[in-house]
Ligand binder design. Sequence first.
Ligand code: SF4
Ligand code: SF4
Ligand code: SF4
Length: 109
Amino acid sequence: MRIRQNLFENYEYQEICRQCQEPACLAACMTGCITRDPLTGIVSHDRDRCAGCWMCVMVCPYGAINRDLVNQVAIKCDRCRGRGTPACVQVCPTGALVYALREDRPLPV
Ligand code: SF4
Ligand code: SF4
Ligand code: SF4
């Protein structure tokens, strides 16, 4: 997740993965290394199969998938799968981030 500031127009915005129901990143990936869990809705990325082509980076409408230029692989939020409470929720000092159940999606295990 990245917080951007537009200092010219004086606003902030978040580049955060929405775990899209029909992910553009998944559709664009030529190696099939992006998958979506139909139960939890988590969109995951397998870095071992990533070709570093950046198609996913180009098509994500939220700017939420990024380039690891050292390892030449994409990186994205996997909602801290397997970690319990996500790290960003734990460290947010104002409680602006909330990890909660949505009616249409169960929490991941
Ligand atoms: S990286 Fe972008 S396109 Fe892919 S699931 Fe997240 S928000 Fe959607
Ligand atoms: S950078 Fe990796 S995850 Fe993204 S589209 Fe290319 S192969 Fe798929
Ligand atoms: S849920 Fe985890 S991986 Fe996703 S933005 Fe928060 S800390 Fe990063």
